[in-house]
Design a binder for this molecule. Structure first.
Ligand SMILES: O=c1nc[nH]c2c1ncn2[C@H]1C[C@H](O)[C@@H](COP(=O)(O)OP(=O)(O)OP(=O)(O)O)O1
Ligand SMILES: [Mg+2]
Length: 222
C-alpha cells in the first residue's frame, strides 16, 4: 500500500515547527506535502494526557483525523534520561512547566543532572563537541511514537529511539528542543550540530517513520 496521501498532502497533528520541518523533508521524496496544525489555527489544542508516547500520538492523530475526516499522522516524542529514571519522558515538552520554552526545559534538565553530580550520584565522562570539551552527564535516548489514523481503518502506531548522552552545556544551533544538549557518539557532535539530512537519517523520528512505512507494506521503506 502506498503511504496514505501519496502525491498529495498529509496532515501532521502537530504545532511544533521543528517537527514540521523535519517531516516536510522526510516526506518530500515520497511526493507528499505536509500540513501542520499551524496551517489550521481553528483546531483547538489537544490534551495530551496519555501515559505513554504511543497513547499521546494516538490521541493527537485520532482527534485530527476525526476533525478533518482524512488521514492524520501524529508524533509524540521526548527525551528519556537514564540517571533520571527515564524522565522527562512523556513530560518532555512541559518539563519546566506548562508552555515551557526549549531553553527553560534544557536549563531544568541541566539543573537536575548537576544536582545529582554534586551529590556524587553520577560520574561525568568527557568528550569533544563543537571544537571544545563537554562533559557527558548521563546516557539518554530520544523516543518517538508515530500514530497514523485513516478513517475506517485500524490505527497504526510505531516507535523509534535514538541513543546518546546529555552534555553539560548546549552546543550547536540546528534542530529544536533538547538537540543542543543531546550528544550523538557516532558523530562526536550534538544533534544540534548535525545538518537536518543527517538528523533525518538517524533520529528517533526517522526510524519510527521507516517502521511505519514497513508496517504499511511500503517497499520503498526497505
Ligand atoms: O528531535 C528532537 N530533538 C530535540 N527535542 C525533541 C525532539 N523530539 C522531541 N523533542 C522534545 C521536544 C519537546 O520538549 C518534546 C516533544 O513533546 P511533544 O508533545 O511530542 O511535542 P510538542 O508539544 O512540541 O508538539 P505537538 O504535541 O504539537 O506535536 O520532546
Ligand atoms: Mg505536545
Amino acid at each position: 500500500m502506498p503511504f496514505p496521501g501519496t502525491n498529495k498532502t498529509l496532515i501532521i497533528a502537530t504545532r511544533n515547527k521543528g517537527k514540521t520541518r523535519e517531516f516536510a523533508a522526510l516526506f518530500e521524496p515520497l511526493g507528499i506535502t505536509v500540513h501542520s496544525l499551524n496551517d489550521y489555527p481553528q483546531v483547538p489544542d489537544i490534551v495530551e494526557d496519555g501515559a505513554t508516547f504511543a497513547d499521546n500520538a494516538f490521541i493527537k492523530a485520532r482527534t485530527v483525523s476525526e476533525l478533518f475526516g482524512s488521514p492524520a499522522l501524529a508524533d509524540d516524542s521526548g527525551l528519556c534520561v537514564d540517571k533520571l529514571d527515564g524522565r522527562p519522558g512523556v513530560y518532555s515538552a512541559r518539563y519546566a512547566g506548562e508552555g515551557a520554552s526549549d531553553e527553560s526545559n534544557n536549563a531544568k534538565l541541566l539543573g537536575e543532572l548537576n544536582a545529582l553530580e554534586a551529590a556524587g550520584e553520577l560520574q561525568a565522562q568527557t568528550a569533544s563537541a563543537g571544537g571544545r570539551e563537554v562533559r557527558l552527564l548521563s546516557g539518554a535516548r530520544f523516543v518517538c511514537a508515530l500514530a497514523l489514523c485513516v478513517p475506517g481503518e485500524p490505527p497504526v502506531i510505531v516507535e523509534g529511539a535514538c541513543e546518546g548522552f546529555v552534555a553539560d552545556s548546549p552546543v550547536g544551533s540546528g534542530g529544536f528542543g533538547y538537540d543542543p544538549l543531546f550528544y550523538v557518539p557516532a558523530y562526536g557532535a550534538t544533534m544540534a550540530e548535525l545538518p537536518m539530512e543527517t538528523k533525518n537519517a538517524i533520529s528517533h523520528r526517522a526510524l519510527a517513520l521507516r517502521r511505519l512505512r514497513e508496517r504499511l507494506g511500503d517497499s520503498a521503506a526497505r
